[in-house]
Structure formats: structure tokens, C-alpha cells
Design a protein around this ligand. Sequence first.
Ligand SMILES: [Zn+2]
Length: 96
Amino acid sequence: MALSFYQHQRIQNYLAFQRKDFLLIAGILFLLIGLMGVGLAPIYSVIISITIYAGIKIFIGRRKKMIEKEVGEGICAKCGSKIENQKCPICDRKKS
Ligand SMILES: [Zn+2]
């Protein structure tokens, strides 16, 4: 069975978040190497990196929840409106 547009979009969003997660980890690793490079003790470099990582994760998590709340059931493919009760308030209103 083919995926509906809304399911497909959700998977796309999920993959986008996964990619961002990978970039975040890569960025934190570079930061860690950079901090040790400037002569900071490894333990402090690790603590700073983990703190920043945790902070960004919390920030992303909050933003993700905000987006999910905003988007709700999805966005209309035609006009970009928020979908409510599986219907677009603009396009489905025109039809009836
Ligand atoms: Zn619409």
C-alpha cells in the first residue's frame, strides 16, 4: 500500500531530524577536539561538550514539540494550511 501524503511528510520530517542529530554529534566532536587543542584539560572539554550537547538536545526537543503542535495532523499539499480533522479548512470548504 502506498503511503499517504501526510504519512510521507512525517517520515521526511523524521529523517530530517535524524540528519540534524548526526550533524550535531559531529559538531560536538569537533568542539571537543578544538577545546583540547587549545590546551583545556580533557575532562573539562568533555564536560563542556556534553553540557552543550544536552542543551541543544533540549532546545531541539522543545522546538520539535512546538512544530508538532503547530503542524498537528499535517499541512495541505495545495495551499499549505494546517489540516484539522483530516481536512483542509480552505480547500475542503471550497468543495462543499
Ligand atoms: Zn488546502
